[in-house]
Design a protein around this ligand. Structure first.
Ligand code: NAP
Length: 243
């Protein structure tokens, strides 16, 4: 699938991994809608950077714990840039909770932001996309769904749901819309942690390094562009599943 001339929506697209993906799509010629929650300044700066590449870009705010707002975000994208045919679900919280302290309120919010928003954005994208246009969705998941954290319980349950949603949506939306996922390992330090935190985790990996954002962007671009892959979840984890 040729990315040039398409409209892409990247959730959590203003900072860190999402920002790198937004720029990767723009570098391939896509117009990009940068969704943000609290990062208004970085979102505006990124829009200006993408526009300086000769492309169209826009930014929009939504708290993705509000699933109605998630659904209407697609209308906002269509009004600003045209109907999106590329959707990258990268926004996520990373709350700390365990089976003995998780609360219903926090559990619901994490599930909504990390899983529910991807479901309703994909639904709205599928309904908005012109019938003759093909589309691609990439969900940003976490390799730890296979070996769950005990201290990020609601997060990893949401990501596990996102993996299953990737398969379900790929089957439902074929042949017109392909749905894939990337499952990330040690990429960047979580917000609030420093490089030492990542270095310690990276040392235990077969590839003995943290990924950084470039391998994530490469994989996302491949999944968007390759017209014969759907329902795939690609690990970007330095071989962490081997140890
Ligand atoms: N970094 C890693 O090593 C790693 C490892 C495994 C999986 N992942 C996954 O990869 C993706 C990107 O990682 P990251 O480290 O770049 O993530 P991040 O910095 O923790 O968060 C990504 C974005 O999510 C948005 N977000 C958070 N809560 C939101 C809410 N309630 N409503 C709407 N947006 C919200 C934030 O937007 P604002 O900034 O605008 O508030 C933020 O830019 C995430 O899905 C993460 O779970 C990352």
């Amino acid at each position: 699938m040729d990315v040039a001339g398409r409209v892409a929506l990247v959730t959590g697209g203003a900072t860190r991994v999402g920002r790198a993906i937004s720029l990767g799509l723009a570098s391939a010629g896509a117009d990009v809608f940068v969704h943000y929650n609290s990062s208004a300044g970085p979102a505006d700066e990124l829009v200006a950077e993408i526009e300086s590449m000769g492309l169209n870009a826009a930014a929009g705010q939504a708290h993705l714990g509000d699933l109605d707002a998630a659904e209407t975000l697609i209308d906002e994208v269509a009004a600003a840039l045209g109907p999106p045919s590329i959707l990258i679900n990268s926004a996520s919280g990373f709350p700390t909770d365990t089976i003995t302290d998780v609360t219903p309120k926090d559990f619901r919010e994490t599930i909504d932001v990390t899983l529910g928003a991807a479901v309703f954005l994909t639904k709205a994208m599928a309904l908005t996309l012109p019938e003759t246009t093909e589309g691609a969705v990439v969900n940003v998941s976490d390799v730890r769904t296979a070996r769950p954290y005990h201290d990020h319980l609601s997060y990893i349950l949401a990501k596990g749901g996102l993996d299953t949603f990737t398969l379900a949506a790929a089957a439902s939306l074929a042949p017109r819309i392909r749905v894939n996922a990337v499952a990330l390992g040690v990429i960047l330090p979580p917000p609030g942690e420093d490089d030492d935190y990542v270095a310690e985790l990276a040392a235990a990996l077969p590839l003995e390094r943290a990924g950084g954002t470039a391998p994530v962007v490469d994989a996302v671009m491949h999944l968007v562009q390759n017209h014969f892959i759907t329902g795939e979840i690609v690990r970007i984890n330095g071989g962490g599943h081997l140890v």
